[in-house]
Design a protein around this ligand. Sequence first.
Ligand SMILES: [Zn+2]
Length: 454
Amino acid sequence: MKYKHEKASGGTKPMWLLWVLAAVLVVIIGGMLVKYVLPAGGDEAQNNAEENKVSEDNNVPSDEDKAEEDEKTAEEEPALDGDAEVIAKADLLARGYYYDEAIELVSALESEEAKAKKAEYERLKAALVPYTGRYYHVFFHSLIIDTELAFDNKGHSAEGYNMWMTTASEFKKMLPLLLENNFVMYDITEMVEIDANGKAVPKQIMLPEGKKPLVISIDDVNYYDYMKTDGFADRLDVDENGRVVTIVKNADGSESATYDGDVMPILDSFCLEHPEFSYRGAKGIVASTGYAGAFGYRITDLELYSEEEGKAMLAKVEEVAQALRNWGWQISSHSYTHNQYWNKLTITMDEMAYDTGRWKNEIMPYTGKTNIMVPPFGVSFDPDDARFRYLIDEGGFEIYCPVGSGMNAWFEDDVFFMERLNLDGYTMIKHPERVSNHFFDPSLVLDETRPPLD
Ligand SMILES: [Zn+2]
């Protein structure tokens, strides 16, 4: 059975904002309406992530922790009106479409302002409408940070990067344009549900009138060896506040943790500043292969490392995966081998079993269970093909995202198919209309350091 472009419903996942809420509630209910100032600017991220971490470990911080925290805050922060702080938090929640949570927060307050806020959030919630428009899904590869290195034709060919990659500068310029054009990040796993007959069917999407749900994915988040000298990040890591950072190697051999070395930290920062760009904390899909490990850690070549190094890398992949999830990201399979036999569709049943088995046994235990398959080279199979059925059944997938510039989406048997448009040099230079028809004029973002593309 096929349904095309149908509507699908709102997601409820414990994203970072919910952890903020949990922490706030603990503070309030504990009768300690304290000096808990919403920090300005970038510190906000740290604060949220900090609360996130506390909540994650225990669900509720122990009294000891709390007392310690309160003491710290009391010393460091000037006292502020408790209502104003709670309203500021509630406003932040409401901007991210956490209406129920915002209403609950201000319901505990008595002031006229709080009552007005509650009414405002209730109005916003009542104004949500079922989304009936088309689906949108765009994808990237890891971003080029240093275009001089990427386009120097040493190592990997400049043309390849020029065609299939996007630069960090371009990605940063796209986000405000997407926001302006009413796009909002939406969790792909909340677009589909499996009915009583085991069929994939659209799940209702509820959004403010005029808003459009957007899915973003990033392929090959592996930081392959061949990219090492070409101006990309080296790997992902987690900062002291639980946030995913990119580790970048500097020319002198030293390393820096950065917040703008790939799609994930850039989008996380943008959503902290613009919570309205993410529906209830949703971000995108991080697609990982297996043959070179995950997130820049060579966990499938452990024999090359000492036992200690091996253990540390496995733990790091788990830590990065958990941090990504805490910040609203999904992690998908992008196959284990990414072998050309996928591209040519010559993959045999044995090869499919090998690929799927190694993904399941060597990568998924560390990156976490997923129902999303982002196929290598964006390939499609006939849905009745035995190899495809094996992949879906043995891999445990319910969502399959091939490449397709039409961004078609359909539900067939037990799978939600969602095509993806590549927002890279090839599309922006060769087929700008594919971008401008839906999103923005690519000439507004194109990196001027790109060499000409024939
Ligand atoms: Zn790929």
